[in-house]
Design a protein around this ligand. Structure first.
Ligand code: EPU
Length: 381
């Protein structure tokens, strides 16, 4: 959207020059250091309903568009914006807004897609954090660099992908991750983190962890680099993909076919946020010990579960929720999706509080019946 067309936008001039970042953190390509930095775009009283995939109502008192690392540093240097609390907003697809965010919302829009290294073993590609994740997947395929197709059609932005270590159809982002650039929201310093520093886990990373060692709320991801192994090998282990192979008789799908299958499977099971507000899976699939798993299966032999290499067991939260009778049910205007009980939906005009009431009722009944506490997947504000 052209900047001039944004309603209610107030453009303020940054009073000082931007601090220089490290050489690896290129800023505003095409703008030389002899030119004044572009104006910081600040809006007030911004309705966030269109900026979160659940379509929940909330208002940002102040919203700043982040197009480059330098914009973050300008915000931090600003006498009013600098000390205010900050919420980093990407595609808003993993967020439950139950209140107006305090302070400043930093809306990450950093663009860009490029190949940064090519060897016989891999391609390394870099994306601006503001790019839509699905567009990044399409970009790699269009440029003959497969490897992300199992992660097709996941809503949200590239910058949000490492935060929750997105995963689907047998592949997690961590398996394709190279490194990322982020800006420290206190010091304004640019940092580069490798996979180890990101501490990826199942739908987890250092960016979701609080406390001294965690980075939750402390940094803003500006660029992500992914390494796509060569030669390409399809990831075909997931049940839904095995079914497709059996149905089509194609047991050696190419990357484009796999991409098309994943898109079709997702469209059949998951609501399109453009039509029905949602944040994907609302709960994580719980991990339990082998002993707990034996106990639960003893009581409920049909429970859907997956054995992990370390002896633990992952239970299908969708099955647990469905077994408690929640599939298709609603509380107020928040509901449980008819085709996938792990997904909560906005049936039209729901508030964040209604979504959380429904989520708590589900957690209580799953705990009551199975003794398992379901953990929410999206960030709740
Ligand atoms: N199931 C039910 N009833 C339901 C839903 C699921 O019985 O209503 C059982 C079925 O047996 C099904 C099994 O659960 O075979 C697994 O369901 P599905 O393949 O739909 O996967 P999921 O475990 O529910 C996870 C991810 C999804 C990802 C899919 C595919 C989490 C929290 N969710 O869902 O990720 O797309 O696998 O890989 O791990 C997301 O994170 O937002 C997301 C959509």
């Amino acid at each position: 959207m052209p900047v001039k067309e944004l309603a209610g936008r107030l453009t303020i001039k940054y009073p000082g020059a931007a601090r220089a970042g490290p050489a690896s953190m290129g800023e505003n390509p095409g703008v030389t250091s002899t030119l004044a930095p572009p104006a910081l775009c600040v809006e007030h009283s911004v309705n966030l309903r269109g900026l979160n995939s659940f379509g929940l109502p909330a208002t940002a008192h102040t919203l700043v568009r982040i197009d480059a690392d330098a914009d973050v540093r300008r915000v931090l240097d600003h006498p009013v914006l600098g000390p205010a609390p900050k919420l980093v907003l990407g595609g808003g697809s993993n967020l439950v807004l139950s209140r107006d965010p305090p302070g400043v919302v930093l809306h990450v829009r950093v663009p860009g897609a490029r190949l940064v290294a090519e060897t016989e073993q891999s391609w390394t590609v870099e994306f601006g954090a503001g790019m839509a994740w699905h567009d990044a997947v399409r970009w790699t395929l269009a440029h003959g660099m497969p490897g992300l197709e199992n992660l097709a059609l996941i809503p949200g932005s590239v910058g949000a992908a490492p935060v929750q270590n997105i995963g689907a159809y047998g592949l997690e982002l961590a398996e394709r991750f190279d490194s990322l650039d982020a800006v420290d929201l206190v010091t304004g310093r640019g940092v580069r983190l490798d996979a180890r520093a990101c501490a990826f886990g199942y739908r987890d990373s250092v960016f979701k962890q609080g406390g001294f060692a965690g980075l939750a709320g402390k940094s803003l991801i500006t660029r992500v680099r992914l390494r796509l192994p060569r030669p390409w090998r399809p990831v075909l282990g997931y049940l839904d993909l095995e079914r497709r192979m059996a149905e089509t008789g194609n047991f050696r799908p190419d990357a484009q076919t796999l991409f098309d299958w994943v898109c079709a499977i997702r469209r059949a099971k998951l609501p399109d946020p453009a039509e029905i507000g949602n944040a994907g899976s609302f709960f994580k699939n719980p991990l339990v010990s082998a002993e707990q798993c034996r106990d639960i299966i003893g009581r409920d032999p049909h429970i859907v579960h997956y054995l992990l290499a370390d002896g633990r067991c992952k239970l299908a939260a969708g099955w647990l929720i469905e077994a408690c009778g929640w599939r298709g049910k609603s509380i107020g205007r928040a509901g449980v999706y008819e085709r996938q009980a792990l997904v909560l939906v906005n049936r039209g005009g729901a508030s964040g509080a209604e979504v959380l009431t429904l989520a708590r009722a589900i957690q209580e009944s799953v705990y009551g019946r199975f003794g398992i506490r379901l953990e929410t997947e999206p960030v709740v504000l």
